[in-house]
Design a protein around this ligand. Structure first.
Ligand code: PEP
Ligand code: MG
Length: 596
């Protein structure tokens, strides 16, 4: 990427400031900042011109429609999940959106007093809120918070369009927090990178940023306070550095680092055609984690043996609704299956919930322990059936496996099979062709599933370990919370022991085990994962050549011994020391390869 004009030609705007975050998507970006205030509800009094009244009224009506649509979906979900007593609050909010007296007051402020709609909404609803608060009646006082919710919802809808369209394509977005959906939307506008005050490296927004190739930092704490829109930024997604208004020397140095990084990626390509096989002949399948059609070309570029994890929920997140049609799904899945050739695609059925919320989803206090993954699908069988029909129909284009997310109990696998068999019967009755021998696998990402992996392995065709979730559930550490990021330790012996249990259970039943969490992308972890007996690794394509390189430099017997010692270590730090010592003493100078 070229350096910004103002840095090459003019003096740097102001003093260089450095902050630290956690680099979650590799690469270096240099460019102007755009500070994105996601929930900024500061509303200033602003008037409009007489000729803008009609479009302003239209904007207001549009925000009302979108707010009502949100709330209706919230009501539907709350009704189904929590019972009808839970929906009263949201229904009351819908009624507020239809209160003509209040709406007319707002419209009048826009049309007669020529106020901007954000301000008109805030002004009128604040007045109503204050009246309730002053009433001395407890019930009415409580309703005032509903008015605030409605007000924020309308203003957010009024703002959202504007904010999105205001983002300059070639900027680095700085925000307190972004959702996976935000990053997808922003990336469509061609942004250069992201910086967030909060977040963890295996959160979905980080995974998304990696998939989109956007150099990204999370956990940069005060970034939104230190950066102003227009400042020049350097985002180093490799080391986690954020540099605000860099000097000319710093910018030039990072320009050189950027070129060096591109060169290393190029050099690693020599490993693309080589098999990932240890010196003593143990073959490890390396597959790709993909989320977008645009990434399919990376399969060949980085030598992936098919797709080990296709996170289908991203399609639903980009659409922003649950009702993506069978036809639309079918078209996308067919493309993936076709493009993945002989090795095939592992399609993971929808894993909504946790931090992969649809914009319309209802709020849960503890979403990672809530309505997520297979739990949602078994409850919403209409969605599951449409989803399965599309997947099954796509299976005629090549090799396809199905993966079930968030399996907690064997019972869920059995219930899934009942629905699956019934969808197969339906297609047969309609004379629609599909592959009759699709393999079905379970993700092992909840401790209960790892602990009962022997029973689950008997019911499925393969297992895939989601270390991102497994680590958070085993160690009780939120994967997206930078305050506890230090405690998020994939190499903790407790995680490794569950991995070993899973591998042993699968192998006892003649089934394979893959690791598709971010742990598999870090080549430092390879000796331990291979040593534990894992058969396949699945990671973002860009990491695969380096994984091949490491696998080709180790001996299975050697790393098995290392893994055994890791299992008996006291904590993650002890495992890291063990690994470092092992790497240092390794004849192939692995440490040097890793540090490059
Ligand atoms: C995991 O949990 O490791 C995983 C691969 O699934 P996701 O990151 O989509 O939750
Ligand atoms: Mg997971």
């Amino acid at each position: 990427m070229s350096l910004p004009e103002n840095v090459i030609n003019g003096a740097p705007p102001s003093r260089e400031v450095r902050l630290r975050g956690c680099g979650v998507a590799p690469g270096i970006s240099i460019g102007p900042a755009y500070v994105y205030a996601r929930a900024s509800i500061t509303v200033e009094e602003q008037s409009i011109r007489p000729e803008d009244v009609a479009s302003e009224l239209e904007r207001f009506e549009g925000a009302l429609v979108r707010s009502e649509r949100d709330l209706k979906k919230v009501v539907a979900v709350a009704n189904e999940r929590l019972g009808d007593e839970s929906v009263a609050v949201f229904e009351a909010q819908i009624l507020m959106l239809k209160d003509e007296a209040v709406l007319d007051e707002i419209r009048t402020m826009i049309s007669s007093r020529m106020m901007k709609s954000d301000y008109a909404v805030r002004f009128v609803l604040t007045k109503h809120r204050q009246r309730l608060e002053a009433s001395g009646n407890e019930y009415l006082q409580e309703r005032s918070s509903d008015i605030r919710d409605v007000e924020e919802r309308i203003i957010t809808h009024l703002r959202r369009n504007k904010l999105l369209s205001a983002i300059d394509p070639h900027t680095i977005v700085v925000a307190e927090n972004l959702t996976a959906a935000d990053v997808i939307l922003f990336s469509r506008r061609g942004i250069l990178g992201c910086v967030m005050d909060y977040g963890g490296s295996t959160s979905h927004v980080s995974i998304m940023a990696r998939a989109l190739g956007l150099p990204t930092l999370v956990g940069a704490h005060s970034a939104t306070q230190s950066v102003r829109t227009g400042d020049t930024l350097i985002v180093d997604g490799l080391s986690g550095a954020l540099i605000i208004n860099p000097t000319r020397e710093t910018t030039e140095r990072y320009g050189r680092l950027q070129s060096r990084y591109t060169q290393i990626l190029e050099e690693q390509k020599e490993y693309v055609p080589l098999p990932a096989e240890t010196i003593d002949g143990r073959r490890i399948a390396l597959r790709a984690n993909l989320e977008f059609k645009s990434e399919l070309e990376l399969l060949d570029e980085y030598g992936a043996e098919g797709i080990g994890l296709f996170r289908t929920e991203m399609l639903f997140l980009t659409e922003g609704r649950l009702g993506v049609s069978e036809e639309d799904q079918y078209k996308i899945y067919s493309r993936f299956v076709e493009a993945s050739g002989d090795h095939g695609t592992t399609i993971r059925v929808l894993d909504l919930g946790g931090d992969k919320l649809l914009p319309v989803a209802h709020r849960e206090h503890n979403p990672f322990l809530g309505w997520r993954g297979i739990r949602v699908l078994l409850d919403k069988q209409d969605i599951l059936r449409t989803h399965l029909r599309a997947i099954l129909r796509a299976s005629v284009y090549g090799k396809l496996r199905i993966l079930l997310p968030m399996v907690t109990t064997l019972e869920e696998v059995k219930r899934f099979r009942v629905v699956y068999n019934s969808v197969c019967d339906e297609l047969r009755a309609e004379g629609i062709a599909f592959d009759e021998a699709i393999r079905i696998g379970a993700m092992i990402e909840i401790p209960s599933a790892a602990l009962t992996a022997d029973q689950i392995a008997a019911e499925v065709d393969f297992l895939s370990v989601g270390t991102n979730d497994l680590t958070q559930y085993v160690l009780a550490v939120d994967r997206g919370n930078d305050l506890v990021a230090e405690l998020y330790q994939e190499l903790h012996p407790a995680v490794l022991r569950l991995l070993r249990m899973t591998v042993d259970a699968a192998h006892a039943h003649g089934k394979t085990v893959s690791v598709c969490g971010e742990m598999a992308a870090d080549s430092r972890n390879v000796p331990i994962l291979v040593g534990l007996g894992v058969d396949e690794l699945s990671a973002s394509p860009v990491y695969l050549p380096q994984l091949t390189r490491i696998i080709r430099s180790i001996e299975y017997t050697d790393v098995s011994d290392l893994a055994d010692r890791a299992l008996n270590s006291s904590d993650a730090e002890a495992v890291r020391c063990l690994l470092d010592d092992w790497l240092k003493s390794h004849p192939y100078d692995l440490l040097h390869i890793l540090d490059s």
